[in-house]
Ligand binder design. Structure first.
Ligand SMILES: CSCCC(=O)C(=O)COP(=O)(O)O
Ligand SMILES: [Zn+2]
Length: 214
């Protein structure tokens, strides 16, 4: 790795991916949940305390070739979710992808079988249909495919890709007893939608607990 690549993870711009990702990781950690832009993809290290990540800890990969352009000095590996994030980047041209282990997402996968669904909720308007990027309407039925978990994160890759091909408008895939992947055109879209999905997962759990229909 050339020492020039250090410049990829050093920026005074707070919105540069190298600075933004550690901030977002801390926010998502506080939410009890616990990532790329342009031609470069910024990936968190695997198996570390995500809320403590600093810019220098990030991996940088080429979005087209998946080649590693920059590795941190530490001997960590890139996130085990890297091939799953690349599903979003390559199959949907996403600008950012977030993986969460939110208990709302996990419980939703236990209460629904192959698809999570909900309609007639205001927060559905926070979800954009992938492809057209048109916002969904209050009365639309939001459907998120649920795939089975696998022993190793990387083995989810082809199942996630199949679900993405079967549900061309979805911007999320749930993984049974594990969590959710949410992606968007920009990091702002991905973050907003991850928050809306999580709200809707939690709401559906509560609606069902009251014996009401979603
Ligand atoms: C306790 S984490 C289990 C593995 C997992 O689900 C995961 O998402 C690992 O992500 P990482 O970025 O730490 O490789
Ligand atoms: Zn995971």
């Amino acid at each position: 790795m050339s020492s020039d690549s250090q410049s990829l993870v050093r920026s005074s711009d707070p919105l540069h991916s190298a600075n933004l990702i550690p901030v977002l990781c801390r926010q998502f950690y506080q939410l009890g949940w616990v990532t790329g832009t342009g031609d470069l993809v910024y990936i968190a290290p695997s198996g570390v305390q995500k809320e403590r990540i600093e810019s220098e800890d990030l991996f940088v990969m080429d979005k087209k070739t998946m080649n590693l352009i920059h590795s941190p000095v530490s001997n960590h590996k890139p996130s085990a979710c890297t091939p799953l994030f690349f599903n979003a980047f390559t199959l949907r041209n996403a600008g950012a992808c977030i993986h969460s282990h939110s208990q709302n997402a996990v419980l939703a996968t236990m209460l629904f079988d192959k698809e999570f669904e909900i309609s007639n909720q205001e927060m559905i308007k926070g979800i954009k249909k992938d492809g057209s990027y048109l916002p969904m309407m209050y009365s639309d039925r939001l459907v998120v495919p649920i795939i089975d978990n696998t022993l190793f994160e990387q083995d989810l890759t082809s199942f996630m890709a199949d679900a993405m091909n079967s549900y061309p408008e979805t911007s999320a895939v749930l993984v049974k007893n594990h969590g959710v992947y949410v992606w968007g055109k920009t990091w702002q879209d991905a973050k907003t939608m991850a928050e809306c999905y999580d709200y809707l997962f939690e709401l559906a759990i509560k609606i069902k607990a009251h014996g009401l229909k979603v």
